[in-house]
Design a protein around this ligand. Structure first.
Ligand code: MN
Length: 240
């Protein structure tokens, strides 16, 4: 049996290759005890009360996967942070808090989406406080669907604009934030996505060997991390 981690698929109807890749990836998970979706699964989320044929297709795929015996966990990203319990119940996923420590075999692994580690991006961190505020979310969800779609469009173009002026480094995780997150979880292994910089980083922190696995965003390739008993975690990609 194996455990899989994915993030940053940014699923949307316009991305046919990614969608098809996801459907066949899910179909191929015959040895999956669990699947962890670590955020930005959907490109955008308007609220659990909004659905369409595309969302239904994805929901149905997750339900099928769960019915085969795979336990599915979902963690919010910065695109789909409005996913709620209703959607999770509908798809048989379990919603995780934004920083989750799990134990696999005798290993502790800290799971995050990764955006909260990008502390050098001051503008984003400020926006994040607003977007993750339950009161703000309630107000947003109280608006009509067209109003929400309009807001999301606006926010996306503003975010694109602000990213253009930012250096590559600012949009990566901050090493101090990474070390603090690991120290406070009393853990030496981190898996996250968000930065779209798939890699495995090893370093030493105060005498402790630490390791950070970064999932890739799905585009030309699909990415996942796989855990198996008594084996190293592996970061894999496949062509889409
Ligand atoms: Mn993200």
């Amino acid at each position: 049996m194996a455990i899989y981690f994915i993030s940053d698929l940014h699923l949307e109807p316009a991305q046919k290759a990614i969608t098809d890749g996801f459907l066949s990836f899910i179909d191929s998970l015959n040895d999956a005890e669990a699947l962890y979706i670590l955020g930005d699964f959907f490109e955008v989320w308007m609220g659990d009360d909004y659905s369409n044929d595309y969302i239904e297709l994805i929901n149905q795929t997750l339900r099928k996967c769960a019915a085969k015996g795979t336990k599915i966990y979902f963690m919010h990203g910065n695109r789909d942070f409005l996913i709620g319990q209703a959607w999770c119940k509908n798809t048989n996923c379990e919603l995780l808090e934004e920083s989750k420590l799990i134990t696999l075999g005798d290993e502790s692994i800290l799971l995050m989406h990764g955006d909260s580690l990008c502390t050098d991006d001051i503008d984003y961190m400020k926006a994040r406080i607003m977007l993750r505020n339950p009161q703000w979310q309630q107000q947003f969800l109280a608006q009509s669907i067209p109003e929400r779609i309009e807001f999301a469009k606006q926010a996306r173009s503003e975010s694109k604009e602000s990213q253009q002026g930012k250096s590559y480094d600012i949009m990566d995780v901050n090493q101090t934030a990474v070390d603090e997150a690991l120290s406070s979880a009393n853990c030496s292994t981190l898996i996250h996505g968000h930065t779209h910089r798939p890699n495995i980083h090893n370093w030493n922190f105060e005498g402790q060997e630490r390791i950070r696995y970064v999932l890739g965003d799905w585009g030309d390739k699909g990415w996942y991390i796989k855990w198996q008993e008594n084996k190293d975690l592996i970061l894999e990609s496949f062509d889409l």
